[in-house]
Design a protein around this ligand. Structure first.
Ligand SMILES: [Zn+2]
Length: 423
């Protein structure tokens, strides 16, 4: 029997401590979306509640069921530098922030959640005087091995901020990429950012943007690793409590829609120039109702209708005797599978392009993961359910032959539909 872990507590906002919280989605008890496993580990698998709430006081959308970061990130097998588009993204990023905010020969930069140095290396290439990386994943930071980069193998915290200030002085630029949404103690880490930053220093963080979640019904982005879904409105409220302001924003087309936020201390030289992008996005978000619980209730209702459409489609195709495989064994797939309750009556197995996942099973649902070479073998599946639907164009190109031979795609979001060359 699988063990169940209850995470107790009255819903309370992680950002402002308010209890004016509206429940948006309840996934029930689910396995961790990143917990791919072997068949001999099924009996040991743990299940956790997963609920998304909206704070009516500060507009923050958040998962309130927090799983220990030691459990989530102790064996982290995500190496950013292995992805070509990410490498290019961060080379451009390093050039841009250096030109805009830094005097390389005298500047200090700190990145927390620095992963394998995918941004720190190009920053060091810009001849920044002091480059510091903070990350708890020993197996990942140990690959950096670059004398220009000082590594602190730990979670970023107020203690680490004090150590950095004592050793290197205050920092001119703090960066956090795809990590500011993953921090259980967001208040402590934000205090640490404030502490470590110089008076005119800049804090830049990149996160998946709430607007994409709401407008494209990306509910499959919701899992325990992703605790927060930032809107500009919620981020403004958050930083206001630390005497900080957002002076610029930039939409970034990676990870299915990210947003880069530029933050400084009140009274700093940057705080006098709030970009027109900030004003525009703020107005857009107000017109889309990102400050209203009804918007999130509507989102949940739309998500539920896609779930019912998808399950009806899978059910009827299976009744007609078709074979169906999933495409893309990601955390997002696992969220969708567990939310929709897709089981072995709906889907036969899952295909993934990453060799490291082949032979493993999906968490909770225990679908076996096969290499995409299975599509070349006799009797490929009649339908592929595209869990990686954000990469549809790329997958369509790569699967030209499969589609030409009569295969078809099931697209689960933002609209449920079937794509085939024959129709
Ligand atoms: Zn709040």
């Amino acid at each position: 029997m699988s063990k169940q872990v209850k995470v107790d507590g009255v819903p309370c906002c992680s950002f402002c401590n308010s209890i004016s919280m509206t429940k948006v989605m309840d996934f029930g008890e689910v396995a961790l979306a990143g917990g791919f496993l072997r068949s001999d580990q099924f009996t040991e698998e743990l299940y956790y509640p997963l609920r998304l709430f909206f704070c009516r006081d500060c507009y923050a959308a958040q998962v309130i069921d927090k799983v220990s970061t030691q459990v989530l990130f102790k064996d982290y097998f995500y190496f950013s530098s292995s992805i070509q588009t990410l490498r290019e993204h961060f080379v451009n990023y390093a050039r841009e922030v250096t030109a805009r905010f830094l005097t390389p020969e005298s500047s200090t930069v700190l990145e927390f959640g620095c992963n394998d140095g995918v941004l720190l290396r190009p920053l060091a290439d810009q001849n920044i005087k002091t480059v510091i990386g903070v990350d708890p994943a020993t197996n990942v930071v140990s690959t950096i091995n670059d004398p220009r980069i000082k590594i602190i193998n730990d979670f970023f915290s107020e203690n680490i901020a004090q150590e950095v200030v004592a050793k290197y002085g205050h920092v001119d630029l703090v960066v956090a990429n795809n990590v500011y949404a993953h921090i259980p103690d967001i208040q402590g880490v934000t205090r640490a950012v404030h502490e470590v930053l110089s008076d005119d220093g800049v804090f830049i963080f990149e996160v998946h943007y709430l607007g994409n979640v709401i407008n494209q019904l990306q509910y499959d982005m919701i899992y325990h690793e992703h605790l927060y879904y930032y809107s500009l409105l919620s981020a403004i409220e958050h930083f206001e409590r630390y005497e900080m302001v957002i002076f610029d924003v930039k939409s970034v087309p990676i990870h299915a829609g990210s947003m880069r936020f530029y933050v400084c201390k009140k009274g700093s030289k940057h705080s006098h120039f709030i970009s027109s992008e900030v004003t525009k996005l703020k107005n857009d978000e107000l017109s889309m109702g990102f400050n209203l619980p009804e918007t999130f209730e509507h989102f949940a209702a739309e998500v539920d209708s896609r779930k019912r459409q998808l399950m009806d489609l899978l059910g009827s195709l299976k009744k007609e005797g078709h074979s169906i495989a999933g495409y893309g064994a990601s955390g997002r797939a696992n969220t969708m599978i567990q939310y929709c309750k897709i089981d072995h009556g709906h889907l036969d197995y899952i295909i993934d392009d990453a060799p490291a996942k082949i032979g493993f099973y999906t968490p909770g649902s225990h679908f076996r993961i096969f290499s995409r070479s299975i599509l070349e073998e006799p009797n490929p599946p009649d339908y592929l359910l595209i869990f990686a639907w954000s990469f549809l164009e790329e997958i369509t190109k790569r699967s030209k032959k499969y589609l030409e031979c009569g295969g078809a795609f099931i697209i689960p979001l933002p609209e449920v539909k079937v794509l085939s060359k024959l129709k």
